[in-house]
Design a protein around this ligand. Sequence first.
Ligand code: HEM
Length: 142
Amino acid sequence: MATAYRWLSSLLFAAIVVQVGIAGYGAFEAIHKADKAAVSKKAIEDGFNAHAALGGLILVVMLALLVVAVAGRLGPVNVRWAGGIVLLGILQYILGVTSTSVPVLGVLHGVNALALYAASALLAHRAWTTGRLPQQAPASGA
Ligand code: HEM
């Protein structure tokens, strides 16, 4: 289970990087389309189809991470980290759906993406290094 937790943490981090990248694609695709003709809401949303799909998958990976941490009895710290990320992920989903009607909430969707990036990076780093780093030799008392 610890191995599954490690690989899921890496998958989550990579997916979040891709997710931010394809949000950029959606934004520039909208400008590109608008440059040529009047653009419908649907045409702009089409540029975010991959972002919406990956957003759902990311939430599934977050939940899997939490299930693995709990079922594998990986300890309260790992469960807390995975649980915290699920909460941030749910918030991100809600903001993603509501911000199209209340655009100012999009600010929080962007900023929460940074929180998710940092949290998933720290979680993955912790998952891969805790208990695996060589013990430091005690300082010699010279
Ligand atoms: C951790 C990174 C991110 C995650 C997990 C994420 C997730 C999501 C989710 C789940 C949705 C709702 C999809 C739906 O309606 O079913 C969404 C929508 C959206 N996100 Fe993100 N997002 C992230 C980063 C960003 C960033 C950095 C931007 C750009 C500022 C952005 C822009 C948007 C926009 C414009 C929508 C609305 C798309 C539409 O309604 O077609 N997202 N996002």
